[in-house]
Write a protein that binds this ligand. Structure first.
Ligand SMILES: Nc1nc2c(ncn2[C@@H]2O[C@H](COP(=O)(O)OP(=O)(O)OP(=O)(O)O)[C@@H](O)[C@H]2O)c(=O)[nH]1
Length: 849
């Protein structure tokens, strides 16, 4: 190409020599003869000239040519009164197919040969690289031309700017080199245009919508970047690369999409806390929760998105999904803090802590009161005792601390919180009454807690005492007196006269000696919360029992979910003290809230850490509770047996009548096999109470109600703690379900669900209709066509159907909670005020094993 002459060039581009020479001359080239050499530079000069002088293209008709048109708009400032006008630039570009052009070198020359054609010819004549250069040059020319056109069109456009703005067409979406003239928003209300230099800024600034879109894009990018970062990719570099790709568009020759699909699975290290919700676990693996649910389902566990699963299960899921597991202990801070406390030192023998239990009216309170009055105030002239939930007595036998909340309700409530505050239980049995249901319950509770007992046979001053009967009855429940060869001391007392009280205290000392109760007085104080309340004047006040070490005024204390610096210590004599040692109760002030009875407390060194741990516990509390809910379910019993080698199914059983109690208890216990033991940890006649629920919680038992229901307190605990409560009315069904759970079979497919409860407020009797109960629906909805039961004192007394359900005089199909209604029970006329009518449904239960 380098030694091409004008003649050769003319042949190549299909022009005659004189015409070409003329055009070259016009372009400022010095060529005069057909033999003059034409260099590449010359060709470019000619091309530029032709472009300049013939900006527009007239005709392109041949199929071998592709014509692309593009309109661009821009705004310029006129300089007059701050007006702006809109300039529209139309651009056309022709590409000529090379092969066809080569085929017709001798084609007749058109009358007026357009520069475009010439450009095409030249581009075709040049090598591929040269063609690109030519295009670049063309762009340059186009830009210049646009500028010229702007100037030329200014005046006209000034008038027509408004219409032109409205008719703004879309830029042709063609694959042409991107022009540097960008579209301006056609907005008439634009603020006065800034000076020219500022214009480009304005043009490039995205409008609001676009900005929002860009933000969306950025978010998307950031999400992508997070992935990248995890893979070790350089965030900024990648982002810049992608942005470049997008903004550069086709012109940059990089039309790739920003997102790059990973070519191989990404293995993440997933840190799993002790419990985690399915949603959070999915989030940690950067997958959808559905995938986790699906994976778990395939592994045989049906879970929901909000369900909390334990660490082990989560670890299996994570491994199953191909990621690495990193187990994290949530309470690392707490453990570290607690492990930092030393309880080493010289041990001393500490006093025993005693709880008094027994049947109603057998004299628990009287006994505690007698001992307090007789012993506490000793030596304290006119000493006035105050009830702080516990008190301590000292006499020649040694000291004893009594927990001053008689009955097993408090005992089980504490145990349910994992506290073992009691060393010895005094079982009070009235000599004239013998063993009663609550006596039996008390025995069960102390046995479940593994606490030794001393039996106080009370009211010996009364006539009709039959000691042998009591010994006999108690022996049937596994409490055998020493006289009969057992290991339980029986002491005859009178809480009224005080007879036998000394012997009782002596007996307690004897038991405690066997227990070898030790403590280190110089260690920091720790123990258990006995009770707490919010005092109007003093703020949160808690009675704590120091079990080890010494609690001092000014100590920083962590108690359950709360913490604080001890401002004051008050003992049972209402005296301010500076410190209390092991086995002593004391009331403390200074906590930031009221801990629960049974919560542990300890003196810690660092207030900041105490606060952190308290905060962590508060957050963790809910999680732990949710995770625990899964644990004591009948359905899960079998699966746990394999895992944790739990070979015991604990049951708290309440029934309607004594007859069923024996039958059910016997039948349940007979289910025990070599591998699995069924233990009825507590049983009794009557509704399910808060105590039953607490006992179930403490012993991880299932609560079974046979024709009885849970009262409000029990329901609250059961719901809060997620205990498994089951109601039955057919013995066979009860036994069958426990058997199924034991043998690892699936949960029953059908279950009863209580859908509504109405309370009977009034009863009307009509001769023809019978009894109509005026009721208030207190829970759920009462349905006309569902089955019902009548409950009296939470015990089922009738099961059947409704005869009628009315609102005023209208028959209705259902009545919602908080609404009054009239209920007629079919074939049953003995409804009484205070009864409850429960409406239930048979629902299908998903098999979960
Ligand atoms: N005669 C006689 N009566 C007693 C004795 N101990 C208690 N009582 C009476 O028995 C009744 C019940 O005594 P409490 O101490 O209230 O019995 P409790 O076991 O605490 O009863 P609850 O608090 O209802 O569980 C009271 O009227 C006492 O006066 C006793 O040793 N002899």
């Amino acid at each position: 190409m380098s030694d091409m002459t004008v003649k050769d060039f003319a042949v190549k581009v299909g022009r005659d020599v004189p015409r070409l020479l003329e055009q070259m001359k016009e372009a400022g080239l010095q060529h005069a003869s057909e033999n003059d050499a034409v260099s590449e530079e010359d060709k470019r000069t000619l091309l530029n000239f032709l472009k300049k002088s013939h900006g527009g293209d007239e005709s392109d008709t041949g199929k071998s040519r592709i014509t692309l048109t593009r309109k661009t708009r821009s705004r310029i400032k006129t300089g007059e009164r701050g007006k702006t006008i809109e300039v529209q630039v139309r651009k056309k570009k022709t590409y000529v197919k090379r092969s066809e052009e080569e085929d017709k070198p001798k084609a007749p020359e058109p009358q007026h040969s357009g520069p475009r054609q010439l450009v095409g010819d030249m581009a075709e004549a040049e090598a591929e690289t040269k063609a690109r250069e030519a295009r670049e040059a063309e762009e340059k020319a186009a830009a210049e031309k646009a500028k010229a056109a702007e100037e030329a069109a200014r005046k006209e456009a000034e008038k027509a700017s408004e219409q032109a703005a409205q008719a703004a067409p879309k830029a042709a979406d063609v694959d042409v080199p991107e022009l540097q003239i960008e579209e301006a928003p056609s907005n008439d209300d634009m603020p006065p245009a800034p000076p020219k230099e500022g214009r480009s800024d304005r043009r490039t600034a995205p409008p609001k919508k676009a900005a929002a879109k860009n933000k969306g894009r950025r978010d998307e990018e950031e999400r992508g970047d997070r992935e990248e970062r995890k893979r070790g990719g350089g965030k900024k570099a990648k982002r810049a690369e992608r942005r470049g790709g997008r903004r550069g568009g086709a012109g940059a020759g990089n039309g790739k999409h920003g997102f790059q699909k990973p070519t191989q699975p990404i293995v993440r290290e997933v840190s799993i806390p002790e419990s985690i919700s399915v949603a959070d676990l999915a989030d940690k693996m950067s997958i959808k929760a559905n995938e986790v649910i699906k994976a778990m389902f395939n592994m045989g566990a049906a879970v929901t998105i909000n369900q909390t699963i334990d660490q082990d299960t989560a670890a299996i899921v994570v491994e199953e999904m191909g990621h690495k597991v990193k187990l994290v202990k949530d309470d690392a801070l707490e453990t570290e803090m607690l492990e930092g406390i030393s309880y080493e030192g010289d041990e001393i023998t500490r006093s025993p802590v005693v709880t008094v239990m027994g049947h109603v009216d057998h004299g628990k309170t009287s006994l505690l009161d007698y001992i307090r009055k007789a012993k506490v105030a000793t030596g304290e002239a006119g000493g006035i005792t105050q009830h702080i939930g516990a008190y301590h007595v000292e006499d020649e036998h040694g000291g004893v601390t009594f927990l001053d909340t008689p009955g097993h309700a408090a005992f089980t409530a504490m145990r349910a919180r994992g506290a073992q505050a009691t060393d010895v239980v005094i079982l009070v049995v009235a000599a004239d009454d013998g063993v009663m249901p609550q006596t039996v319950e008390a025995i069960e509770h102390s046995k479940a807690a593994g606490v030794p007992m001393v039996v106080a046979v009370n009211k010996i001053d009364k006539e009709g005492a039959d000691f042998d009967r009591i010994r006999n009855e108690l022996s049937q429940h596994g409490v055998i007196s020493e006289e009969w060869g057992g290991d339980t001391q029986f002491v005859h007392v009178s809480a009224k006269s005080g007879d036998g009280i000394e012997e009782l205290l002596e007996a307690i000392q004897l038991v405690s000696e066997v227990l070898e109760l030790k403590a280190v007085p110089e260690a920091p104080g720790k123990g258990v919360v006995v009770e707490s309340r919010l005092d109007k004047g003093r703020g949160p006040v808690a009675t704590v029992l120091v079990q080890n070490g010494t609690l001092k005024k000014g100590d920083i204390v962590l108690a359950g979910l709360h913490y604080g610096r001890v401002r004051a210590l008050t003992n049972e004599l209402a005296k301010q003290v500076d410190e209390v040692g092991p086995a002593m109760p004391v009331e403390i002030q200074g906590l930031d809230g009221t801990p629960d009875a049974g919560d542990d407390f300890m003196v810690v060194a660092d207030e900041k850490k105490a606060r952190e741990v308290a905060n962590f516990r508060q957050g963790k509390y809910r999680e732990v509770r949710l995770a625990r809910q899964q644990k004591a379910k009948l359905e899960n019993m079998f699966s746990q047996m394999g895992q944790d080698e739990v070979a015991k199914v604990n049951i708290v059983l309440k029934v309607d009548v004594q007859g069923s109690l024996e039958a059910i208890k016997g039948a349940l216990e007979e289910l025990s096999t070599d591998e699995v033991e069924v233990a009825v940890v507590s049983s009794g006649v009557g509704g399910i109470t808060g105590t039953d629920a607490n006992l179930a919680l403490a012993s991880e038992a299932i609560v079974v109600g046979f024709n009885v229901r849970a009262d409000a307190a029990a329901r609250e605990i059961i719901e809060r703690e997620g205990l498994d409560l089951r109601y039955y009315s057919v013995i066979y069904q009860l036994i069958d379900e426990v058997k199924q759970a034991m043998s690892g079979m699936l949960a029953p497919e059908w279950k009863e669900e209580i859908v509504g409860i109405a309370e009977v407020r009034d009863v009307f009797r009509a001769p023809k209709i019978g009894a109509i109960a005026g009721c208030m629906v207190v829970e759920g909805t009462v349905h006309r066509n569902k089955k019902i039961r009548v409950l009296r004192d939470d015990v089922v007394i009738y099961e059947g159907e409704l005869e009628s359900l009315r609102r005023y005089k209208d028959d209705v199909q259902e009545v919602r909670s908080g609404v009054e209604c009239g209920i007629g029970v079919k074939n049953y006329n003995d409804v009484q005020v205070g009864d409850k009518i429960e409406v239930f449904d048979q629902v299908k239960v998903e098999r979960s094993l």
